[in-house]
Design a binder for this molecule. Structure first.
Ligand code: FAD
Length: 445
């Protein structure tokens, strides 16, 4: 299919001024592209955060590394709180800290989603050549005519662009524009669990529980987690099935359930009943699609962030991964030498398998968080792994370490874990054989 002269493609429309859209706008603006960032909402810096999204999120090495590219790493760290491990709250034992890394200084960082989005909006807006247009909800994209249509308060608005980046989240309208193209693969898998947020406020001006950890109350088939906020509150997130949410009908049932299953914090959530009733249940979806990149006669479209690959939040990687997309896309566009089509195709090749890999690991980590962290065998294994990693630095990193504290491509992590496990199994077998031989020698002598 003929593609218009790449020079015209320097006119970029980015759909969605969320986390990925803003970072992509700042990066491409710096490269000299004329970027218009279209956002459905009004400016959240003026109106406040939207309800129904997580209040805070955990950023780790990948996200922070990407933010460093636009000089934001320290700014974001200054607005975050380090969490060095999981504080596991079991019903029958005092809370226990499980460090995330063999290196006790390593931490993931709890940041406010609203604050992070505001910092990114400010950064994108400050780049010459970037324009942000709020109150524009994408309705359709015509890649042959290079035309986009938006719904606004004053009626439909048309715009043109040679390159369209779809960063409009899990339910992306930009993705819908290509969903019915022949050969477009698409799947969305909802978890049977949803999420609801509650708040532990500060007590006497201080944190009610340890702010240096991500707290988990594992319950086997479900769980609650809590992340600290700068105002010394915690945002708790319940990950329950619909049946569990619906089973608590009366105020007394809500109070009794929390007193039984979350006894150490039930008394720290003063608005438990009102918040449990009022706060929405969000859904958790894994979205996979392919291709992410589409070319028409007048324009090309590439999807990024949740629009391309929404994942469940149990590895805290959705935003981190979306930021990595932006960096990869920017890097490939910078070296494209006029070959926009090639750069976009290379972007998809570089990211798709990685995003599929973290989607699988995120699903698996739900079982680890809600169930395995509570088992003595799991705790012993993690301790042994950290001891080995300290003894042989870089040789035996855990999967968590590779996901959260490195930028090793996600797709390589499972293979590295498989090789490590083989090495460890071989070493264990060798030690076992040596011990048996030693015992036989002793018995024989
Ligand atoms: C409960 C929960 C906890 C999470 N915790 C973490 C965590 O700890 N760490 C982590 O890394 N990730 C976490 N995530 C994932 C993270 O929130 C997402 O991966 C991230 O927000 C993706 O960024 P995005 O820019 O692709 O999409 P979004 O942040 O969803 O932004 C999309 C933007 O597009 C706009 N938009 C939508 N439709 C249109 C339209 N038609 N026209 C114009 N604009 C439109 C939206 O208003 C929004 O501003 C969590 C997610 C959930 C649900």
């Amino acid at each position: 299919m003929p593609v218009a002269d790449p020079v015209e493609k320097r006119e970029v429309a980015i759909i969605g001024a969320g986390l990925a859209g803003c970072l992509a706008a700042a990066l491409l603006g710096r490269r000299g592209y004329a970027v218009t960032l279209y956002e459905r909402r009004d400016d959240p810096r003026a109106t406040g955060a939207e309800r129904g999204r997580s209040i805070n999120l955990a950023l780790s090495a990948r996200g922070l590394g990407a933010l460093a590219e636009v000089g934001l790493e320290q700014d974001v760290l200054d607005h975050g709180l380090p969490m060095h491990g999981r504080m596991v709250h079991a019903l029958d034992a005092p809370p226990q800290l499980q460090p995330y890394s063999a290196d006790r200084d390593r931490a993931i960082h709890s940041v406010s989603r609203g604050r992070l989005n505001a910092i990114l909006l400010d950064t994108a807006e400050a780049v010459p050549g970037v324009r942000i247009v709020f109150g524009h909800q994408l309705e359709s994209v015509d890649l042959d005519r290079a035309t986009l249509t938006f719904r606004t308060d004053t009626g439909p608005v048309e715009a043109t662009a040679g390159l369209v980046l779809g960063a409009d989240g899990s339910y992306a309208a930009s993705r819908r524009a290509v969903t019915f193209r022949p050969g477009f693969d698409f799947s969305q898998d909802y978890l049977s669990h949803g999420y609801k947020e509650l708040t532990i406020p500060a007590v006497d001006g201080d944190f009610a529980i340890d702010p240096g950890a991500l707290h988990i109350w594992p319950q086997g088939s479900s769980m609650m987690i809590a992340l600290p906020n700068l105002d010394k509150s915690f945002t708790c997130t319940l990950f329950w099935t619909a049946a569990e949410f619906e089973s608590l009908r009366t105020d007394a049932e809500i109070r009794a359930h929390f007193a039984t299953y979350y006894p150490d914090v039930a008394g720290l959530i003063p608005d438990l009943v009102t918040d449990f009733r009022a706060n929405p249940v969000g859904s958790l979806v894994t979205i996979r699609c392919s291709p992410w990149v589409h070319h028409g006669e007048g324009a090309s479209l590439a999807l990024l962030g949740d629009a391309a690959h929404a994942i469940v939040p149990f590895f805290g990687q959705g935003a981190n991964c979306a930021f990595e997309d932006c960096i990869e896309l920017d890097r490939l566009l910078a070296t494209a030498d006029g070959d926009l089509v090639g750069a976009l195709d290379a972007y998809q090749d570089a990211r798709k398998a990685n995003c599929d890999a973290i989607a699988d690991m995120a699903l698996d980590n739900f079982v680890e968080m809600r169930d395995r962290v509570n088992s003595p065998a799991f705790r012993l294994r993690s301790k042994a792994r950290h001891t080995l990693e300290r003894a042989f630095p870089g040789r035996f990193p855990t999967r968590y370490e590779l996901v959260s504290f490195s930028t090793v491509p996600y797709v390589e992590i499972e293979e590295r874990m498989r090789r490590q496990n083989l090495t460890l199994a071989g070493a264990a077998a060798g030690i076992g054989a040596a011990l048996i031989a030693l015992r036989r020698t002793r018995v024989g002598s």
